[in-house]
Structures are given as structure tokens and as C-alpha cells.
Ligand binder design. Structure first.
Ligand code: FRU
Length: 579
């Protein structure tokens, strides 16, 4: 399987498609008008454009790998499809192109475009090509955080490990750098630090968008040969024949509200390179319109599969022996934590604590978090195989991270060393679509190992960078102490700065003068209740991880963390405690 960079490195001639006669197509609502044009370009290339009732068909007579689509981000979406495939929503250029995205033709000779004005610049700007340039064009592209080569990304999905590879799937729009057309993008890594992006693993289809979900390594029992008909599926142990079982939410914009979101099953027998979808979704909810983001786990107590799914303002547990037929088991969460809020992207796992263990439920919440917009909340407690019982009162709110840019955090399944490792999406729904990059938008936070600890009788979850990050520490990590009443400033020669201060039992991070402020919601001071989480101390240990446009702060070995984006015009290299 080629990785995406290899694929786009294929060199070839680039041919312009001219909008021959397209501007002439007016008032075509009823009658079919066919315009045929012959274009002499670098050796007799030919195409035709046919238009009918607002749908234009570009008929290509040359075999090329891509049709390059010109995007203008502030324009509305129109619909584009290859051959008779699924319609994708694309912000095609009306006046001029901000950038291009590649539409894979896969041998097809026909592309349809619906809803685009005859006068749109796109008709002059489409290009047929055998290559797509993915060379980085962005100043703010991170050096060691995962970003897609191009296109939009949000939540991490389906993270798992098989045969020496960590898999990171993610919410991905390959047709523009704003949210839309949800696919599962895909990247693999041997060390959680260096990622190779592959082609999208699961594409939006006629059932709907491929929303967030999870994966688990599974295997067939003896005597069974097909994961979609087997009477039982077992958790895999990494031996030959194991496959990736994935669950995602099919989100349909056109279904009636109660069926807008349903859970779908797919398997990959070739390490995530290709997927076989079961087809129609297999689990529908109880009629709520928000029912999504299934997380699979192996339920040891029941000796069968478990799934936790967000259902509006609660989390629901289901059980299955074959990963196709699910029984409702229980629900948790109504009235718990920050209120009243939409639950999303659950996770559910055990962490060791002292001589025992604690169950942790991650509940990503949007909107309305303490610093505005989206954030990752969690609950700790016990689980008897059927129901989760929280060990804190309903009104207790625990955040996994105290910054503004830590969302949709979920963990890897089947991690070979038994670690619980999460990756957050490093953004916030309040402004994610407006961040100052164009070739791609959004990045993942660094992988973090989660651990449970107790402070003053309460159980908390901390997170520290995975050990694999350590080789990068000399270049990207800064360590210091902050005294109660003290401050630390990260700045540059232009006077842009991020101010970290400690007083009244809190550690604050002020990014209001850190450079570009892409939205008023970005102009924030976030804080950690450090005395509550780490105890009252004369000073606290700080560990900063810096990249082009992010600061990840870990306090006291990760008992508290704070993840914030920053867009300084020049790198922040000056560490001082004076204004
Ligand atoms: C969270 C989320 C999920 C959903 C996905 C859609 O960020 O809203 O609940 O599956 O994004 O892209």
C-alpha cells in the first residue's frame, strides 16, 4: 500500500480543463442542453460538458489520476461526485481559489457538479492532473504533532495497535479544510511519534457521514470464516488472522430525527488499509437524534463485547457476542457533571490505583465548558459488567485537561504494553474552522499516558507525555518551577507572550497577547486548580512542550495538564519572569 506522499509524488503532465461554453448555459431547468467541446491541449485532449437542471457533467476523455478542485473557503457548499458515487459537499470557487484539493478519479471519466453557478470561477480553474502537490505551505504546521497533509481533521477515531503498528484514524474531510464529508482518515506509526498518513480508510457513503468511533482487535473462533456471519467473535491477541473490527456512527442529514445517527460495523483484514463495511447500520437508538461515537471494549465480567455510546445527555452501555447484534444494558450520566450538556465521544477503561483499580469514563462535552466551547470531562467509579457507579457526587466536575484546546480525547485499544494512551484533538469547536491555516486545519495533541491518583480523598486522572516522546525533549521541552505568587513568561522579540502565573491555589495561562487571535473566543486565560489537584505547595514543577502553534503544559508529573493553541508571529523562545 502506497502512503499518501508516495501516491502524490507521481509525476505527470497537468492539463487545464477550460470551461468551454459553460457560461453559455443559462435557463437549463427543463430542457437538456448538451455542449460538446474539443480542446487541443498538449496533444489532443478532449472533454465534454453536459448540463441539465442545475447538474453539470464533466466528461473526461483522458485517463488522469485526479481532478483538482479549486476551493474558496467562504463560499457555500455545492455537490460533486465521481461517476455514480456518493455526492460530496465542496466549497468550489466562485470568484477565486484559496487552494486546491484532489478528487481521485479511480479510472472514472465522469464528474458531476450540482448547484454551482454558470459564472463560477471553478469552471476556469478545474485541472486534470496525475499529481497533487502536498509540500507544506504552512508556517504554523507543527513539527511533531500529527496533522493531515491537506484537508480538515477533527476527532481521533478507532485508535488501536496491531502487529507493530499503532493506528490513528481520524475525522477527515479530504475535500476542503473546513468540517464536512466525514471520512475516517488514517495514519500509522511504530512509535506514536512519527506518523505516516495513508489513504482514507472509510469514506462517506450513501448512508451518510462516517462519524467518530473506535476499533478493537478481534478474531474468529475455530470453524468460522466470516466476521459478518460468525455466531461469536473473540478479542484478538495479535496472532495471525486477527483483524481490526471498527464501529462508527453513520450520520444522515436526511433521515428523520430518531434515525439520524446509528452505529455501523466494518472490518479490515489488511491492517486498516481497506475496509469491508457491513452495509446498513446495525444499531439504532431509542429515538434521540444524538446517538453517536461508539467505543468498543471487551467486557470481561460478561465475557462478551461492550460498547458505550453517547445518547444526548447520557452514556449508554450495550453488549454483544458477535459485534452485530446488541442488547441495551444500562445508562449513566443524566444530571452528572457540567450541566446541561451534550455528551460526545465516550471512552471507558480501567486504571490501576494503589492495590486496586478504578474505572474511568471519559465524556467529551460540547458546548458550555468552563473556558467556553468543548472540553474533556471524566468520571471515576466502579463497574460490575452491567452498570457504572460514579464515586463522586453528581455536581462534581473533573476535567482531563484544563486548557481550551483538548477535545474528543479517547484512548488506544489493545496497547501492547497495557498502557492507557490517549490522543486529544487539539482544538475547540468554538473556532476550529477559523484557525489560521489553509492547506490543512487542526492537529492532534501529543499522545499521553493516563494514570489515576488520589488527592485529599478524591480520585483523579492525570496524563503525562508517553515515554516515546522523550527523544524530542531536548528540542521541544522546557522545565521549570513556579512559586506560589510567581510567574513565567514565554515570549519572542516582537513582544508577543504567554504568561503563566500562580496564585490563589491556581495556575493561570494567559494567551491574550500571544500573537494572532483568530476569534474573540480564543482570547482566554485558562486556569488549573493546582492546590486542589496537587496539594498546597510553595512551588510547582512545570513541564512545557512547545511546537509551532501549541503549548502543552504538564504540572507535577502530569497530575494536571493544560493544552492551548497559540499563534505567535515568531517562535516563542524567551523564557523569563519579567514583563
Ligand atoms: C465531536 C463530534 C462527534 C462526531 C464528530 C463529527 O467532536 O461532534 O460527536 O462524531 O465530531 O465530526
Amino acid at each position: 500500500m502506497k502512503n499518501i506522499v508516495e501516491k502524490f509524488a507521481i509525476k505527470g503532465e497537468v492539463m487545464d480543463i477550460k470551461p468551454l461554453g459553460h457560461g453559455l448555459i443559462n435557463g437549463t431547468k427543463k430542457s437538456l442542453m448538451i455542449l460538446m467541446a474539443t480542446l487541443m491541449l498538449s496533444g489532443c485532449q478532449q472533454y465534454k460538458v453536459e448540463s441539465e437542471a442545475g447538474v453539470s457533467t464533466v466528461l473526461l476523455s483522458r485517463d488522469k489520476i485526479f481532478l483538482l478542485l479549486p476551493i474558496q473557503e467562504d463560499r457555500g457548499e455545492v455537490q460533486v461526485r465521481v461517476a455514480d458515487g456518493t455526492w460530496m459537499d465542496v466549497r468550489l470557487a466562485v470568484d477565486s481559489a484559496d487552494y486546491y484539493v484532489p478528487l481521485s478519479l479511480d479510472g472514472a471519466k465522469k464528474v458531476e457538479i450540482a448547484g454551482l453557478a454558470d459564472s463560477a470561477a471553478t469552471w476556469k480553474l478545474l485541472k486534470l492532473s496525475d499529481s497533487f502537490d502536498t509540500t507544506n505551505k504552512e508556517y504554523y504546521r507543527p513539527e511533531y504533532h500529527f496533522t493531515p497533509t491537506y484537508g480538515w481533521m477533527n476527532d481521533p477515531n478507532g485508535m488501536t495497535y496491531l502487529d507493530g503498528e499503532y493506528h490513528l484514524f481520524f475525522q477527515y474531510n479530504p475535500y476542503g479544510s473546513k468540517w464536512g464529508n466525514m471520512h475516517w482518515g488514517h495514519a500509522v506509526s511504530e512509535d506514536l511519534v512519527h506518523w505516516t498518513q495513508l489513504e482514507p480508510a472509510i469514506a462517506r457513503d450513501d448512508y451518510g457521514h462516517i462519524f467518530s468511533g473506535s476499533s478493537y482487535i478481534a478474531r474468529l473462533p475455530q470453524g468460522e470464516s466470516d466476521p459478518f456471519t460468525a455466531s461469536r467473535l473473540l478479542p484478538g491477541d495479535g496472532t495471525e488472522g486477527d483483524f481490526i473490527a471498527s464501529y462508527y456512527t453513520t450520520h444522515s442529514n436526511t433521515a428523520e430525527p430518531g434515525l439520524r445517527e446509528q452505529q455501523s460495523f466494518a472490518v479490515s483484514l489488511d491492517h486498516g488499509r481497506t475496509y469491508r463495511k457491513y452495509g446498513a447500520p446495525v444499531l439504532r437508538g431509542d429515538g434521540r437524534s444524538d446517538f453517536r461515537d461508539p467505543k468498543l471494549f471487551w467486557n470481561e465480567q460478561r465475557d462478551e463485547w461492550g460498547m458505550i455510546v453517547s445518547a444526548d445527555n447520557e452514556m449508554q452501555f450495550y453488549a454483544s457476542s458477535n459485534l452485530r447484534e446488541w442488547k441495551y444494558v444500562s445508562a449513566f450520566g443524566d444530571g452528572y457533571g457540567v450541566q446541561p450538556r451534550q455528551f460526545e465521544c465516550p471512552d471507558f477503561f480501567k486504571l490501576p490505583l494503589g492495590d486496586g483499580e478504578k474505572w474511568v469514563m471519559i465524556v467529551n462535552v460540547n458546548p458550555g465548558c468552563w473556558f467556553g466551547g468543548s472540553a474533556s470531562q471524566y468520571f471515576t467509579g466502579s463497574f460490575d459488567g452491567d452498570s457504572f457507579v460514579c464515586d463522586s457526587p453528581k455536581e462534581t466536575v473533573k476535567w482531563l485537561d484544563w486548557g481550551k484546546d483538548h477535545y474528543a480525547a479517547v484512548t488506544f485499544s489493545c496497547e501492547p504494553k497495557g498502557r492507557v494512551i490517549s490522543i486529544p484533538w487539539m482544538s475547540n469547536w468554538q473556532y476550529a474552522n477559523d484557525l489560521p491555516t489553509r492547506q490543512y486545519r487542526s492537529q492532534m495533541g501529543m499522545p499521553r499516558e493516563l494514570f489515576a491518583f488520589q488527592q485529599d480523598g478524591s480520585t483523579y486522572v492525570g496524563q503525562r507525555p508517553v515515554a516515546e516522546m522523550l527523544p524530542l525533549a531536548s528540542e521541544h521541552r522546557l522545565e521549570c518551577e513556579i512559586a506560589d505568587g510567581g510567574r513565567v513568561i514565554l515570549g519572542n522579540t516582537l513582544g508577543e507572550k504567554v504568561v503563566i502565573s500562580c496564585h490563589d491555589g491556581r495556575i493561570y495561562m494567559d494567551r491574550t497577547k500571544s500573537g494572532i487571535i483568530p476569534s474573540p473566543d480564543f482570547e482566554t486565560v485558562t486556569w488549573i486548580p493546582v492546590a486542589q489537584l496537587c496539594g498546597v505547595k510553595p512551588s510547582y514543577q512545570l513541564e512545557f512542550w512547545l511546537d509551532k502553534c501549541s503549548i502543552e503544559l504538564f504540572v507535577e508529573g502530569g497530575k494536571a495538564s493544560m493544552t492551548n493553541l497559540v499563534y505567535p508571529s515568531e517562535t516563542l523562545t524567551i523564557l523569563t519572569n519579567e514583563e
